[in-house]
Design a protein around this ligand. Structure first.
Ligand code: SF4
Length: 300
């Protein structure tokens, strides 16, 4: 259905939000009040969607997230199926809070563990949860011992922009391969915390200079909106792209192709869990009608 409407034939990666539920309530979380909602994929539905995406769109990798994927009861089953039966690369994006027992269980089928951190020590804990910084570092340490590759994500805010470099240095001690920096978008909980927005955008230029001068071994990937002028305009081919990088499924089955539309209820496509197929439900505010651009990432 996506191909018929948009011409897109290939999607490289599926981001699958297994559930909204989370053991955190971060100040910047784009889910906002949905963190309290009970919607979730069953293991069977999750496996059916992953299979459909692989068979119809050539998806090569699945990233499991939430909410918090490690509170999802059937995580091991979904990971094992995606890896062993479908042959996909499997990543998990987690807050890393007390995940040790379950991480040991799924490690043999996991290609990459990506942990979210929002700064050093109390800076992180203020945005996320008391004790979450140490717990996330413990998860990274265990992943290294288990031979699981690791990455990290950070959403750059007014509170942590001065701690990007110290965090990158810390991550190097844990052999983390990549740190991905996101731009805060005022949706969900972040809409209620305007104090987190970086208002002086010249700070982004200083951050980039600092990162470039630092000669880090951890690769730093930057959302190009973290710049004074915002992301560059990207020319899409006439008729739209034939291949896209990613699609994200929320726990209800809503499918979003542009990262900038995630969390905004701006989707044109849904995965019908019962019928096991994708349906087109266009609206005046969907991401196709509004031509919402995707996030552009680059090297710092
Ligand atoms: S940002 Fe992640 S860890 Fe924090 S509340 Fe949202 S889903 Fe949970």
């Amino acid at each position: 259905m996506i191909g018929e409407v948009t011409g897109i034939r290939r999607i490289r990666m599926l981001y699958l939000q297994l559930l909204y539920r989370c053991n955190f309530e971060c100040l910047h979380c784009f889910h906002g009040e949905r963190l309290q909602h009970g919607d979730a994929f069953t293991a069977e539905e999750a496996i059916s969607l992953i299979t459909l995406m692989r068979d119809q769109y050539g998806v090569e990798a699945v990233t499991l997230l939430g909410g918090e994927p490690f509170v999802y009861r059937d995580l091991a089953q979904v990971v094992q199926h995606a890896k062993q039966d479908l042959g996909l690369r499997v990543e998990i994006c987690t807050n890393g809070y007390r995940i040790e027992r379950r991480l040991r269980e799924i490690a043999p089928n996991l290609d990459l563990l990506r942990v979210s951190l929002e700064g050093i020590g109390s800076t992180n804990d203020h945005i996320r949860k008391t004790g979450s910084y140490q717990s996330a570092l413990s998860a990274l340490d265990l992943a290294r011992q288990l031979g699981v590759r690791t990455g990290a994500t950070m959403t750059v805010t007014s509170r942590n922009i001065g701690e990007v470099l110290p965090l990158a240095r810390t991550l190097e001690h844990f052999d983390v391969e990549q740190l991905k920096l996101h731009c805060l978008r005022p949706v969900g909980n972040a809409a209620a915390h305007p104090e987190l927005l970086v208002t002086d955008t010249t700070a982004y230029a200083r951050l980039r200079e600092e990162l470039q001068a630092a000669k880090l071994t951890v690769e730093v990937i930057v959302d190009e909106d973290l710049s004074e002028d915002g992301a560059p305009e990207i020319c899409t081919p006439a008729g739209g792209p034939v291949e896209i990088e990613r699609i994200e499924a929320d726990p209800r089955g809503a499918l979003t192709m542009s990262c900038k539309a995630v969390g905004k209820d701006s989707h044109a496509f849904w995965y019908d869990k019962v019928a096991d197929h994708i349906v087109h439900r266009p609206s005046a505010t969907d991401e196709l009608t509004l031509a919402v651009p995707d996030v552009v990432y680059g090297r710092a």
